[in-house]
Write a protein that binds this ligand. Structure first.
Ligand code: C2E
Ligand code: MG
Ligand code: MG
Length: 628
């Protein structure tokens, strides 16, 4: 009996099955399908061996039984090939859809089995070698080749949606199977189809389904590949899941126990593994991720570890936890991890240790992401524009300066206002390039012949604190002004008061260097939020800009009036000029003129204007003031 090859294949597949069943693995839908295929392969090879036995001992058995056993094996082959197709498409469509498609494929498999079973089968046996032949076997070969090719083609049709490693494994698997069938078709006595199927299973096992590939051996938990597969499947199937990131970075560093970080992480993971209903993953850096279908299970584990280590290792118990409910509503794990990073970057020391991501957080994150891309594209396509808002001197009764205000022109020609993108640019660091561009365009404007005729003394340029504290700020600014041969004295740099709180020393250093070569400085938004008069005392400002809120309060609140009066006296004493921002009406203008405010800026005169409009405005207005 020529069953040696089949027996090898059977042992092979049973060993795989045992390995697979006994290994710790992540329960996934596609994994279950793979497990069923392993069982089908075992049954297939057993029916193969049984059919050889039936043929061999056909003298003692009824012909119907022999025929049934041979045809059962052939039908199992068909079932196996179809189930391979079901496996191949298991992670490119949602589970519900996949079940529907699989049902249709199962009907096709039944039809094929029915047709194969209908046709006659003949048996050949000579000198211990047995095989079957005839129309039934020919039909099986036909279906086998067509079905295998269908799977092969499927991997090309869904080329973009099937992972490249999966494509490679499935194609190899189909190749081995086709080769097995071809050998058997050419030499009927070589019954290698079953063995080829078992070899194919080995390929898929080791390339795709090896549970070991999902394990982080160092930490004895699931790894980032497993996380990506788990999240990918939940997102595809819209299966709700909660994801919780435990980040150990801060606690480890702060408690000065860096040396045993790894050991402590391992300990925490071992503890988390004792909870049922959660998956524990070790992600990159010092992040542990736990997932579960429901929030309660995750919280049970989180509260459990915090309580457990509260006394023995407070640093560990204090690890920052970010909890993301409805994680399935995101488009990919990468997006989820980017959101987690964003949440981490925004954390304050005094935040609660467990932070639940809110809808607002997600909206802010999406806005930041979109804005970051928009800023990047705008910088690349040169869609960054500088508008100028005229500033009126109450002494000379004409416009003597202007504030440069950045705008991004979107692709449709509309304008994006700085309130939307400056905070993002500051967070992402793009403000440095953006600020450089604004200064460059301002200098270019000032160097032009038209600007000279306007009689502007200087232009105010906003400096974000991110820029103001940069070590290379001085060199960068000097490079730009030198390029356009603009006198430093014609640029006044505005720094916002609230921003100074974080980085006073670094900013002071840059200010002193820039002042030495002739730049002047304005303290922007004075009176907004927490005012600290010490900035005025300690830092070399030349101009103080009253915030718009202060300007507005001035008209409705007597206390604001006395505050403005006091600021005016103080500014005089300190030899500072004062600008009132946000003057919108004639009454407001008159009131501030009466208070002897040096400069007025606001919509009453003009909104910020594109450069050509600004030139026209100043020419017309200053012309008028001269003739008046
Ligand atoms: P800011 O520096 O305090 O600029 C004044 C803002 O008040 C400008 O808003 C201006 O259009 C607006 N404004 C002026 N007069 C009036 C008025 O009468 N009524 C009202 N309602 N608003 C008035 P904008 O252009 O939207 O800029 C907002 C903020 O964005 C600026 O506040 C500044 O902090 C920042 N920004 C603008 N351009 C730049 C830049 O090039 N670099 C940096 N780092 N920040 C910038
Ligand atoms: Mg300003
Ligand atoms: Mg301001």
């Amino acid at each position: 009996m020529n069953i040696a090859v089949q027996v090898c294949g059977l042992i092979n597949t049973i060993v795989l099955l045992i390995f697979y069943k006994s290994a710790r693995r992540l329960e996934l839908y596609k994994r279950r399908i793979f497990y069923y295929i392993l069982i089908i392969t075992v049954i297939d090879i057993i029916t193969d061996i049984l059919s050889v036995f039936a043929i061999h001992f056909r003298g003692n058995l009824s012909p119907v039984l022999v025929e049934i056993s041979c045809k059962l094996y052939l039908c199992m082959l068909i079932v196996q090939v179809w189930s391979a197709l079901i496996y191949t498409i298991s992670d490119i469509m949602p589970k519900q859809k996949h079940i529907m498609v699989s049902s249709v494929l199962a009907i096709l498999a039944i039809i094929e089995c029915f047709l194969v079973a209908k046709y006659p089968i003949y048996i050949f046996e000579n000198d211990g070698t047995v095989f079957t032949y005839g129309p039934c076997v020919k039909l099986l070969y036909f279906f086998g080749v067509v079905n295998l090719c269908a799977i092969w083609i499927t991997t090309f049709v869904f080329d973009k949606r099937i992972l490249s490693r999966r494509k490679y494994a499935v194609r190899l698997w189909m190749g081995i199977w086709l080769a097995g069938m071809a050998i058997q078709a050419i030499n009927n006595a070589l019954l290698v189809a079953g063995f080829a199927a078992s070899l194919g299973m080995m390929v898929v096992y080791f390339l795709l389904e090896n549970p070991e590939g999902n394990i982080d051996k160092q930490y004895n938990c699931l790894n980032s590949i497993a996380l990506s597969e788990y999240a990918g499947e939940c997102i595809l199937n819209e299966d709700p899941f909660v994801l919780c990131n435990i980040s150990m970075d801060d606690s480890m560093v702060h408690k000065g126990r860096n040396d045993d970080t790894e050991k402590r992480q391992r300990e925490l993971i071992t503890y988390l593994n004792t909870f049922n209903g959660i998956n524990v993953f070790k992600n990159f850096d010092k992040n542990i991720i736990i997932t579960s279908g429901g929030r309660d299970k995750v919280m049970e584990a989180v509260e459990g570890f915090r309580k457990r280590y509260m006394i023995s290792d407070p640093g560990l118990a204090d690890s920052k936890v970010i909890l993301l409910e409805d994680a399935h509503s995101f488009t990919s794990l990468e997006e989820i991890l980017r959101l987690i990073d964003y949440m981490k970057s925004r954390r304050n020391e005094d935040d609660e240790s467990i932070v639940t991501v809110t809808e607002k957080n997600v909206e802010d994150y999406e806005h930041r992401d979109m804005m970051r891309d928009e800023i990047r594209r705008a910088l690349h396509d040169d869609r960054v524009e500088v508008f100028l808002q005229p500033i009126y001197s109450t002494e000379s009764k004409r416009f003597t300066s202007a504030e440069a205000l950045v705008r991004i022109r979107n692709k449709d020609g509309g304008l994006i206002s700085p309130g939307l993108f400056i905070p993002v640019a500051e967070e992402t660091g793009q403000i440095n390039e953006l600020g450089r561009r604004v200064l460059e365009k301002t200098c270019e404007f000032m160097a032009g012949s038209e600007a000279e005729s306007l009689g502007l003394e200087y232009i105010e340029v906003n400096l974000s604190v991110v820029q103001a504290e940069r070590m290379t700020l001085f060199e960068e600014i000097m490079e730009t002004v030198k390029k356009y041969r603009v006198e430093p004295g014609r640029i006044n740099l505005e720094i916002t008061e609230s921003a100074l709180i974080q980085a006073k020393d670094a900013v002071l250093n840059n200010m002193n260097r820039l002042k030495d070569v002739g730049f002047t400085f304005a303290l922007d938004d004075f009176g907004k939020g927490e005012s600290n008069l010490m900035y005025l005392v300690e830092m070399p400002f030349d101009i103080l800009k009253l915030d718009m809120d202060m300007t507005k309060a001035f008209h409705v609140n007597d206390k604001a009036k006395s505050a403005v009066r006091t600021v005016r006296y103080m500014a005089d004493d300190m030899k500072l000029k004062v600008v009132a921002e946000g003057i919108e009406t004639r009454e407001e203008l008159d009131a501030f003129v009466e208070y002897d405010i040096d400069y007025i800026q606001g919509y009453h005169f003009s909104k910020p204007l594109p450069m050509p409009d600004f030139v026209r405005f100043i020419k017309k207005s200053n012309e008028g003031s001269r003739t008046a």
